[in-house]
Design a protein. Structure first.
Length: 570
């Protein structure tokens, strides 16, 4: 019996082996990649490609175009030389018929400039070559990343919609694989490449955007040697990485793995709006680098809501609304505004994307061109400036105390507010100076928000004074009192407004008092030291102290931009 069982196991094992062999043949027939060894001898990619008819234009371009280093300097090595190297590559050779005569003349030009070598290499040749071995066939759906970083969808019978040529695919070479396609792979620039290389945008935005590209040491990938005598880390193998500081801020529009949208004004609209917006960013001739500051903040303002990460995981409310990359939920809650948010972006009438006059598809997103300014400037840059009273700066002759107020007269506030109790323990009158920063050049309506004094139950009697400090010589910082002049706005007629001699607040509400409208001669946006000073003086004395309180409960000071309406075009 034992012998019978042993024989049965042997027979069974033989059957299984035969069955597996049969299955393996079927499996290989289904999933293996046909390599045309009988048609082409195994050789280097360069030799194999040169022997295939109908693809000599690509071969000529490979032979006449030199590879470039990261600085764009041509090397003593052509792309055909690359196909003779030992490293494994995969080539998708475009057919002669897919290359126009115009492109053919450009690609095969003998005396190319350095820029032409770089351009043709990156946009044509490297667009058809990938590292490593990539066979195609059943079960090979995926994404191929070419030498230039562009990604293309791969199907069993085509790549990015370009069909493979008959049996000329999966051609095995000693240093890679060759596929011949009936067409060619169109080069799609990334969003970053488009805005920095398109001729019509280079002077407007492209060259400026590229100027923020820096090369920096990557400590995590570098090999450290130790600390030198100056206490600095020294590296024996330094890895440098290139990055762009604006891209860090606005979003990875250079990444092929991202998907963004850009709203780009036409060149005519860009120049028109640039001319308007730059008037708000005038720092003054005596201010160091005033022109550079003006150009930077004008361009930066125009780009504030230009970039959108349209990944569905980020834009959870599409298509109903979309927000730009600078959106901050915390900022909107704090300010009670809808900064950087756009409703119905794909609406054909007035949607941010839908109403565009043209669009361009890039490798990592879409550019929407607009010929009408799509932004509300009061949300973009002409914003209200609100300085809370607790951010005081002068403490020399008065006392400031913080007090929480939730109920004011008959008014119940949604949330308690913080007010500053401004008073002097020894006298009725006092001066409190507040320095306001981050304003633009132009007209502002200056307002005080004062809470009623529930202790004294009397209003305040406040005399406002506004001064603006301007430098009289070039310097990078504000100067001392010997080298500055002050523009002082005293009570009296000023343009269409009159600065009041004294302000009296309403005791029954959180009162907003208009001090007046003033023209600020210069911008002071993003500067370390303020030039605008608002001084509040108590006008209470012994004779009127029974009528007015010398203690002010100040909530905040507000500067509202006074926006002139656009002229009506008939």
């Amino acid at each position: 019996m034992k012998k019978y069982i042993s024989i049965s196991k042997t027979v069974l094992l033989a059957v299984v082996v035969l069955a597996l062999g049969s299955c393996k043949d079927t499996w290989n027939n289904h999933y293996s990649f046909k390599e045309t060894e009988s048609k082409y001898p195994v050789a280097k990619l360069a030799e194999t490609l040169s022997g295939i008819q109908g693809y000599d234009k690509f071969c000529t371009a490979l032979s006449t175009t030199r590879m470039c280093d990261k600085n764009g300097t041509p090397l003593n090595m052509t792309y055909m030389d690359l196909l003779n190297e030992d490293q494994f590559l995969t080539v998708w050779a475009p057919s002669n018929s897919s290359i126009s005569e115009e492109l053919w003349a450009q690609y095969t030009k003998r005396d190319k400039t350095a820029a032409e070598h770089k351009l043709i290499g990156e946009q044509f040749l490297e667009n058809h070559i990938a590292r490593f071995k990539h066979s195609v066939g059943a079960g090979t759906d995926g994404r191929i990343i070419m030498l230039n970083g562009k990604g293309y969808s791969s199907k069993p019978d085509a790549i990015s919609g370009q069909s493979y040529h008959a049996d000329d695919m999966n051609i095995r070479c000693s240093n890679g694989v060759l596929h011949c396609i009936d067409g060619h792979l169109d080069f799609l620039p990334s969003l970053y490449e488009y805005i920095t290389t398109a001729p019509e945008y280079q002077d407007l935005i492209g060259n400026w955007f590229k100027s923020f590209t820096v090369e920096e040491l990557d400590p995590s990938r570098s090999v450290a040697q130790g600390i030198n005598d100056n206490g600095e880390m020294v590296y024996i193998d330094s890895v440098m990485v290139t990055s762009n500081r604006l891209i860090r801020y606005f979003g990875r529009i250079d990444s092929e793995d991202s998907i963004y949208a850009i709203v780009l004004p036409t060149p005519e609209l860009w120049e028109s709006e640039y001319g308007k917006i730059k008037k708000s960013f005038v720092y003054g001739e005596k201010f160091l680098n005033n022109d550079s500051l003006q150009q930077f903040y004008t361009r930066f303002t125009m780009m504030t809501d230009m970039f959108f990460n349209i990944n569905p995981k980020v834009q959870r409310y599409m298509p109903d609304s979309i927000f730009s990359t600078l959106y901050s939920a915390e900022e909107n809650r704090r300010e009670g505004k809808s900064f950087h948010i756009f409703k119905n972006p794909y609406d054909k009438t007035d949607g941010l994307f839908g109403s565009c006059v043209d669009s361009v598809v890039c490798s990592n997103g879409t550019i929407y061109f607009v010929d009408k300014w799509p932004y509300d400037n009061e949300l973009l840059y002409l914003r209200q400036i609100k300085q809370e009273a607790e951010t005081y700066t002068s403490l020399s002759d008065f006392v400031l105390k913080q007090y929480a107020v939730q109920v004011i007269g008959d008014e119940v506030l949604d949330n308690p507010i913080q007010v500053m109790r401004v008073y002097n323990d020894k006298r009725f009158d006092w001066d409190a100076s507040y320095y306001i920063n981050n304003h633009l050049k132009g007209r502002y309506a200056i307002k005080l928000v004062i809470a009623p004094n529930s202790v004294d139950s009397m209003p305040n009697y406040i005399h406002p004074r506004i001064t603006f400090t301007t430098p009289t010589k070039v310097d990078s910082v504000l100067l001392d009192s010997n080298t500055v002049q002050k523009v002082e706005y005293r009570p009296g007629k000023f343009r269409t407004q009159t600065l009041p001699m004294y302000l009296v607040n309403d005791m029954h509400k959180l009162d907003t008092l208009l001090v007046g409208e003033v023209d600020l001669p210069y911008c002071n946006y993003d500067m370390n030291q303020a030039r605008l000073c608002i001084t509040l003086r108590s006008g209470v004395n012994g004779s009127n102290s029974v009528k007015y309180s010398s203690e002010m409960w100040l909530d905040c000071i507000i500067l509202d931009p006074v926006v002139e309406p656009d002229p009506i075009v008939e």
